[in-house]
Structures are given as C-alpha cells and as structure tokens.
Ligand binder design. Structure first.
Ligand SMILES: [Cu+2]
Length: 640
C-alpha cells in the first residue's frame, strides 16, 4: 500500500521532470539539406548507426578514388561528409540485402562502360575504360560496415555468380542467407525476350545451380526487380507485371494467385511498396501495400511514344498473402505517382516520398524525353500513411522538398527516427547545370533529412535498450523514468517495442524493409517511472530474418533513438537457434496510479501473455475495474 505522502512525492517528481526539457530546433515536417553525397545515391542503406553506404552506377562523379571517378561512398551522419570507396565493377541497377551475420550484399550490374554510359567492347571489360570499371553483370560485392573508416567493398571476380543479372531482387531468408531473383543480361527499359531474360533464382551462399522460375517467364517484359517478400509462413510472395504468386521456395512450387488490380507496380512503373507493421495485435501477419504505378499492357512497354507525358496511376491496393489471397483497395493517392518510396516509421505509419506524376523510371535518347528522363512533373509533397486510421483518413500531408527526386532516388529510416533522402539521376552519365544548361533534371548529390512530425517532441531515453535479440527465450526489461513516459506514468500502456530493418533502398524499393513489434507487458514504479517487459522475437525467423536492425521504443507515438541490434545467431546459411516463446510477467499498475482514476486503492494485473500492450489496460479495466473508472480513463485520454 502506498501512502498519500509518497503519492505527493511522485507528483513533485513529475513537476521536476517537466521543467528542463531538451530544446530542439523546430524541424517537424520539414526537409533539410545536410550535405553532399559525392556519388549519386542510386542505392543506399544504413550500415551502422552513423554510416550510410551509397552505391551508384559507374559514371563521371565528382568524388574520385584511386585516380578514377568513384561510384560508391560511405556517408557519415555526424559530419555529413563522405568517404569515397573503390568498387571494381559496374554496379548499375544492382540489388542488395543484408545477411544474418551483418554482411551486406550488392549483386549484379552492367557491362563496363565509358563516357555517356556507352558499353565498352566485349574484349575490354576489365578496367580498360577511362572509368576503369570492370563488367559487373555477375558481380557479388560484399561489405562489412564499420565506424572506423577501415571497411571496403570486396568485389572479387572469383566470387561472382554464374549468370548475369541486371536489376535482380534480393531478400534475406530464415537462415540468414539471401535469395537472388531474376534480372536480365544486358539491360534495357524493360526485359526483352531476345535471349536476355534471366528467369532464374539462386542463393548466396550458393545452394547449387540457378533454377528457372516459371513466373519470370510468363511476366515478360515487365519483371525486372521483381517485388518479393519473405512471408511469416516461410513462403515468398512475388509480384511483377499484373501477376502475383506464392512461391514455396523450399520445395520449389509456385502457386499463382489473382492479378493485381489497376496498374503495373513493378519497375519501371515503380509503385511504392511496403509491409505494414507486423504486430502482436495482427498476429505478425504481413500485409503488403502497393501505391501508384503505371497502367500499360504488356505490348505497350515500348519507347516509340511519349512515355514522359503519360500520367501515373493513383491506386493503392493491399494483400495479406498468408491469410487471404484477395486484393483490396486502400485509400488512393491524391494524384498519380510513379517512383514514390515507402519508408516504415517507428510509430507505425509509413512515409511516402519522391517520384513523379508523369512517366516512369528510365531514361534514353528518344525525341520525347525530358533531357534524358522518362519522367516529368516531380512530386515534392511527401505524405504519411497510417494503416490504423479508418478508411478514407489514412493519408495526411508531411513535408515538401525542393529537390526533384525521380529515377534513381533513395530513402531510408535513420536511428533517430528521421529519414535520409537522396539521389535522382535520370541520365546516362553525370549531368549538371554547367555541362547541360538546358536540362531540367540533373545528377543530384544533395542529401536531405526529413524530420517527421514527432521530431520536435523530447524523446524518451530509457535504460536497458537491447543490443541482441533471440528467437524466443527470456524477456528483458527496459526502464523508463517519468519524463521518459512524457510525464504520464500510464503512457507505459501506450509504449511499444519496435524493430525496424531499414533495408536496401533502390528503384523505389527498400529490399528487406520490415517493421515488427514485440509483445510487451509492464510494471509501474512508485517513483512515477515504469518497467517495460519485452518479449524476444517470436520463434519464427520468417517474421523477420536474422541480421542487424534498429530497435526503438515508442511512447505514445514518440520514438526513442534506436539501439543497434543483432537478431538471431549472427550466422549465415545455418538454422537459427529457436527457444520457447517468451513468457511475460503480468502487467501491473501501482495502487497510487490507479488511485488517480477512482480514489480506491486497486492493485491490478493485466493478462500479460497473449495480450499486446495496446490491449492491456482494456483488459485491466474491463476485467477488474468499475465502469465509472473506465469513463474516467477515457476522459484522461487512455489509449484504449
Ligand atoms: Cu536503374
């Protein structure tokens, strides 16, 4: 039992915690230019808490390395400076992902090229170009990110694939290996059937000879960068052209499903795609959203007409392939958009940024191009999409950028909950205002940070943030002070434990991006703080494959800074250790806090296990508390 003097003491602590809040610049909902990338950010990923890795195609970039133009850099988030990195081969439109041990893969590309993106002769594919690049068609490039500027890409022809892949997609699997899917041999706007489709799948590390996927034969010509996601069932969902299927990759069985409605979503139509947060409330079900794209039939993907004047589509659709094979319409975009990019935010919303209203991905020399761009009318307005809002209310405006970000743009969530946005280069080689003053769309090096609307609120900074998570096993505790709980102890009931894998961003996709919420319960402390008890990952690596990720706590919609975590055993191509599902202590709210809501001295407990944190107080109030207290709780703004 807590005395009233203790309760007053708690109140005075609350008053103290309210006063010296950290003041931050008012940046919410704005984009801020922070630095230059040195090479154009065609591919981008967060490699450590402070380092973003950028990979471009071979071109005449400003940054140089070892006496030639660079096409990769490490970008430091503290200093906003870049370190050029040497990549041997042409990484043009490569795919990528991260393995279970934290090594990043960058796979595929184009032949060696010279000025203007022109391919070198087949006999001069090993450094003879002025750019010194090698043929990257079969390349597998490896990087172990670092904070001490010692790491370099390993681009070693002896490790290459046996077939050429330009525009392949990668996804990390349950054992920490990667599946590498599709692509073509020699490039082009779409995939052409003249013996250059690569309709095969292989793995890294290799599991043998690549095998043909029927889906990649029947989705020609619009199947480059196929859209793929590992599902919690352990199957892979694949979408390209208008078609879709479930691929049981362990038994190599393909199950076609209904066509996607309204338009083509895959590159170069380039819808924005993402998986909604996978949470205890939805039993970690993967629901995938596709927004925007281009309505063209298979025979219309030619470059003989004015693609750059053709409006993109505004439709959004979702599917939850493990539980329902139907497609559903979701709230549409305000206007048609190609090349919009979805970023999972820690608070459960999606951020939608970049792209254009007219045209598609790609560039060329046709008489209708804008400079060289196949797109026009860049869209500067970014949006939030909240899957929890009622239908019709899910979109709301975010910030407005001043920089056109169209073909070859990228974006990624950062550990402080902001979003890095860079790239855009619808050109065969580097183009700037000096060299091409009549162009509309130049090679962009500007790096921007977008500050979501939660940014200006002081962040929770609890103790006990993890650095490692296992599949099942003992839960762990995170301790919040009253000020971490935004000066309301009962915000512990609106506190979520969130993992985000930020993914490999390229061509409007963030390959491997996921938002997974862990199960939690809590105990309030007499001092006004509280302890969040957090379950380990569900013992199912198909919900989130092993490897590095960000871990946030989100208090009533305000994210902490992330801790850097490793999920699983830190191994590749090995079954992960699975432990029994975490058993959480029951939630309990101390008597003094309950007293605030009804005058009585209740000691209550939630039915912790099997109930997500958002449902806990509802369970408490519904089961143990008089109805009058529920009404009071509503009035006080409980998250019920
Ligand atoms: Cu590309």
């Amino acid at each position: 039992m807590v005395s009233s003097s203790t309760f007053l003491h708690v109140l005075s602590l609350a008053a103290l915690a309210l006063s010296p809040l950290e003041s931050q610049a008012q940046l919410a909902n704005t984009f801020k230019y922070v630095g230059l990338s040195g090479v154009s950010a065609q591919q981008l990923f967060l490699g450590t808490k402070n380092k973003v890795y950028i990979v471009d195609k071979t071109e005449k970039n400003n940054a140089t390395v070892n006496g030639h133009p660079a096409w990769a850099v490490e970008y430091d988030l503290d200093t906003n400076t870049f370190r050029p990195m040497d990549v041997l081969s042409n990484s043009f439109c490569a795919g990528g992902t991260v393995l279970g041990n934290g090594t990043w893969l960058n796979v595929g590309g184009n032949q060696a090229v010279t000025t203007g993106g022109v391919a070198m002769p087949s006999t001069q594919q090993s450094g003879q170009s002025v750019y010194t690049d090698w043929d990257g068609g079969k390349a597998i490039r490896l990087l172990d990110p670092c904070d001490d500027e010692s790491c370099e890409w390993v681009d070693e022809p002896a490790m290459y694939m046996t077939s050429r892949r330009w525009y392949p997609t990668l996804e990390t699997l349950e054992d920490g290996s990667a599946i590498i899917m599709g692509g073509c041999e020699w490039g082009g706007y779409v995939n052409y059937a003249d013996n250059q489709n690569n309709p095969t799948v292989e793995y890294f590390p290799s599991k043998g000879t690549p095998f043909t996927l029927n889906f990649l034969l029947k989705t020609m010509p619009v199947n480059l960068f196929p859209l793929i996601w590992l599902l919690p069932s352990g199957n892979i969902f694949i979408q390209a052209e208008f078609q879709a299927e479930i691929f049981d990759y362990k038994n190599n069985i393909e199950y076609p499903i209904n066509d996607i409605p309204d338009c083509v979503r895959v590159y170069p139509a380039s819808a924005g795609t993402a998986v909604f947060p996978m949470t205890p409330e939805n039993n970690w079900t993967a629901t995938i959203i596709f927004c925007g794209g281009t309505f063209l039939q298979a025979d219309q993907w030619t470059t003989t007409w004015d693609i750059a004047g053709y409006a993109a589509n505004e439709s959004c659709v979702t599917i939850s392939p493990d539980v329902d094979l139907n497609w559903y319409h979701d709230d549409s975009l305000d206007t048609g958009r190609s090349m919009g990019n979805f970023i999972n935010l820690p608070d459960g919303r999606l951020f939608y940024v970049n792209g254009a209203h007219l045209g598609t991905a790609g560039y060329g020399t046709e008489d209708w191009v804008i400079g060289q761009s196949y797109a026009d009318q860049p869209i500067y307005q970014s949006w939030y999409f909240d899957p929890k809002k009622p239908s019709g209310q899910r979109w709301s405006k975010a910030g407005v950028s001043s920089i056109p970000r169209m073909y070859h743009s990228t974006a990624s969530l950062l550990p402080d909950g902001t979003v890095i946005v860079s790239g855009s280069n619808p050109n065969a080689d580097y183009v700037d205002q000096t060299t091409n003053p009549d162009y509309k769309y130049f090679t962009q090096y500007q790096v921007e940070i977008f500050y979501p609307d939660y940014h200006d609120t002081p962040k929770p900074n609890p103790t006990g943030m993890p650095s490692k998570l296992t599949y099942g096993g003992d839960p762990f505790d995170i301790t919040f002070t009253l000020s971490d709980l935004l000066n309301n102890t009962l915000n512990i009931n609106a506190t979520r434990a969130v993992i985000i894998r930020t993914g490999f961003s390229t061509h409007t996709m963030n390959m491997g991006q996921r938002h997974v919420e862990l199960q939690t319960s809590y105990t309030t402390n007499d001092d006004g703080g509280a302890v969040l008890h957090v379950a380990q990952m569900e013992p199912n690596p198909a919900i989130l494959a092993p490897g590095p990720a960000l871990f946030f706590v989100v208090v009533n919609g305000i994210p902490s800074n992330a801790s850097w975590i490793t999920i699983g055993d830190g191994t590749v191509a090995q079954a992960q250790t699975l432990k029994p599902r975490s058993t959480l202590p029951q939630s309990s709210i101390g008597a003094q806090f309950m007293a605030q809501y009804g005058g009585g001295s209740y000691v209550v407990a939630a039915q912790g296990q099997g109930v997500g944190s958002g449902a806990s107080v509802r369970a408490i109030l519904g089961v143990l508390v008089p109805a009058s207290m529920i009404i009071t709780a509503f009035a006080l703004g409980f998250a019920l």
